[in-house]
Design a protein around this ligand. Structure first.
Ligand SMILES: [Zn+2]
Length: 310
């Protein structure tokens, strides 16, 4: 009897030790030693796409929330300080980062600012430039595919400089991504090339300055850039309604995660439909959980463009 008990005990002990080792090995295998913290969804998606499994990546802005009104918690600031790389846009929405940098709270060598990588454009509607008192650069640099390609290449170089042991992965992932972006760019060019019109009407904020300039599209919008204003003036609403009627616009646009009240007002008055052109500031919690990528958003935008331009 004693022998049986001993044998059972030994088996249990051995099994426990074995399971412990398997778990321990698994944990060391999946836990990367390089960490990246990002502000909004586009920065997060770029980090995830290029770094893949080589880094632990944290997005500070909660899925579904407005990327323009984010304020960091003390815990967020600790996360930034502890990260090997911090990626942010660098515009109006990220002014708090500039304060941290001024006070030397973040290591300059560990930051990657999207706006540093491309030629900047001023914010606002081309027709409303007189209303802008100071030069404010538009932070939505990534809405141009060519800019996203430049940013991808520079982020790859930054990652290689900070973590050279994974250079091969970064190069492969960046090359694959650039190819996919070029494919989207070709599709957009084809859609615009064969479209009936070259004009987009936004009953919303306007983060697409870099996009419309790149493809030489005309546009009208309720607000310049991502203005904090949420109520359009009756004059603006009347002008947009007139424009939709005059140019026989088939669909008016809104952006992601904003109210569609204004779009509904204009759509009702003009008998047009409302479509979403996604700028990728952020995605819903559900889409985030489902692993939706910026490339998925761009692919959905192709369909929106086809309808809105024909
Ligand atoms: Zn914005």
């Amino acid at each position: 009897m004693k022998k049986v008990i001993f044998a059972v005990f030994s088996i249990i002990t051995l099994a426990t030790i074995l399971i412990f080792f398997i778990i321990a090995q698994k944990n060391t295998a999946i836990k990367p030693d390089f960490s990246i913290v990002t502000t909004n969804f586009i920065s997060y998606d770029l980090a995830r796409t290029i770094a893949g499994d080589t880094a632990e990546i944290k997005m500070l802005i909660s899925p579904g929330s407005d990327a323009h009104s984010f304020a960091p918690t003390p815990g967020d600031i600790i996360a930034i300080k502890n990260a090997n790389l911090f990626i942010y846009t660098g515009g109006e929405s990220d002014e708090w980062v500039e304060n941290l940098l001024k006070n030397n709270e973040i290591d300059q060598n560990k930051i990657f600012r999207l706006m540093d990588n491309v030629e900047l454009k001023t914010e606002g509607l081309t027709t409303e430039t007189t209303e802008i008192s100071e030069t404010e650069y538009d932070e939505h640099v990534w809405t141009s595919i060519k800019n996203t390609i430049k940013i991808t290449d520079n982020l790859k170089a930054k990652l290689i400089s900070l973590n050279p042991k994974d250079a091969k992965t970064y190069k492969q992932n960046a090359a694959t991504y650039v190819e996919k972006l070029q494919n989207i760019d070709t599709q957009i060019t084809d859609i615009i090339g064969s479209a009936k019109r070259r004009e987009l009407i936004f009953a919303d904020r306007f983060p697409f300055r870099y996009f419309t300039d790149e493809y030489n599209l005309d546009y009208a919008a309720a607000f310049p850039g991502c203005s904090e204003q949420t109520e359009a003036s009756s004059q603006t609403i009347a002008q947009l309604i007139d424009k939709v009627k005059q140019d026989n616009i088939p669909a008016i646009l809104k952006i992601e995660l904003t109210s569609d009240n204004l779009a509904k007002t204009i759509a009702d008055a003009t008998d047009t439909k409302i479509l979403t052109l996604n700028a990728g500031h952020n995605i819903s919690a559900e889409d985030f959980a489902n692993g939706i990528t910026y490339l998925d958003l761009l692919t959905a935008n192709l369909e929106t463009l086809k309808e809105a331009l024909n």
